[in-house]
Design a protein around this ligand. Structure first.
Ligand SMILES: *Cc1c(COP(=O)(O)O)cnc(C)c1O
Length: 345
């Protein structure tokens, strides 16, 4: 098995690291060209580039996991490819074909193999694909040229403390509108979320919870993660709204709840004044997997779900199953795991 570099694998956090290689491809004259690995972490673009002025950008986030036998798993990369294609359609950017996307991920993982955290540390190699509209431009119209890139960095847990519950604040702001770009993973949604996120953090909360943008009566998203809950009668529920970003982690948990644990599941409305029927709640996404929600501040009301200090049993069970699958310790549903070419590791 490959040697790894010497890093403090157990205390990585979620921080940028300049690894030796990243993938770049350039879209010009209607096609992707000059694709491959490069060493330069900087990108030089024209000052008129639409990404700089009008936010013509979309991104993805997924991880590569080192297994016990030394092999390396990608978790459902086809889902990220499809989601990026949808984001590109919404922002009038050229799509990256699924095969090109997955091949590029494998190249980046193999080229930076010394940085894949060892099995057993809980850490993994985070992959950040993104696409930007570039070129001489200033009018409000889509770019004629694009750069697609993927960089990697080893990461630990996104939220410090892992499966320890933290508290969240209901935001007065919205991150996205129903017919806006909420379903697309685009930088613009994140620009809109920086201020509400900072406000929540300054008041001692982990992040904010966004409510539905029409009436502010229903739960939508948790900062940059999806919301799910377990009802007191054992159902897995998650909000149904056109302004939520469809999380691969959320739909994976929903699938596991239904097919591995025989739980009823439902995408439904979750009203903030009817939280008492929920036994457990959590935020989910690639970076943190699951962050249990302890308390939820809504105006001057403070609602505690399961506990402010302990993770609930169903949340824990779902977490163990999903992480077990990602690291190759538990049997994955058909098609969920894509192996990186072992000859290159
Ligand atoms: C990326 C993202 C998520 C989580 O999606 P995963 O596919 O599970 O990583 C949730 N909400 C928002 C707003 C996101 O950008």
């Amino acid at each position: 098995m490959t040697q790894t570099v010497n890093l403090d694998w157990n205390n990585l956090g979620f921080n940028y690291m300049n690894l030796p290689y990243r993938y770049r491809a350039y879209f010009k004259d209607g096609e992707w060209q000059n694709a491959g690995l490069v060493e330069d972490a900087t990108i030089t673009i024209n000052e008129g580039s639409p990404v700089l002025h009008y936010g013509q950008e979309a991104f993805e986030g997924l991880k590569a996991y080192r297994c016990k036998d030394g092999s390396v798993n990608l978790f459902r990369p086809d889902q990220n490819a499809k989601r990026l294609q949808k984001s590109c359609q919404r922002l009038l950017m050229p799509e990256v074909p699924t095969e090109m996307f997955i091949d590029a991920l494998k190249q980046v993982v193999s080229a930076n193999k010394e940085y894949i955290p060892p099995y057993g540390t809980g850490a993994s190699l985070y992959l950040r694909p993104f696409i930007i509209g570039v070129g001489e431009n200033i009018g409000v119209h889509p770019a004629e040229e694009y750069i697609f890139s993927i960089f990697a960095m080893p990461v630990g847990n996104y939220f410090k403390g892992g499966l320890t519950p933290t508290n969240f604040l209901a935001s007065e702001y919205d991150r996205a509108a129903h017919k806006g770009t909420g379903q697309a993973k685009v930088g613009g949604n994140y620009a809109a979320s920086l201020f509400p996120g900072q406000q929540a953090q300054q008041q001692g909360f982990s992040d904010c919870i966004y409510l539905d943008p029409i009436e502010h009566k229903k739960i939508e998203e948790v900062g940059s993660a999806n919301f799910f809950a377990i009802t007191k009668d054992g159902k897995f529920v998650t909000p149904d709204s056109p302004s939520i970003l469809p999380s691969v982690t959320k739909y994976s948990l929903l699938y596991l709840a239904e097919h591995h644990f025989n739980m009823p599941v439902e995408e439904t409305d979750i009203y903030i004044d009817e939280l008492d029927h929920l036994a457990e709640a959590g935020a989910c996404g690639t970076a943190a997997v699951i962050s249990p929600i302890g308390g939820f501040q809504i105006g001057d009301k403070f609602h505690v779900f399961y506990s402010e200090t302990e993770v609930g049993p169903v949340t824990k069970k779902l977490y163990d199953e999903l992480v077990g699958i990602q690291f190759g310790d538990r049997k994955a549903p058909e098609g969920w795991i894509v192996k990186v070419d072992e000859a290159k590791l």
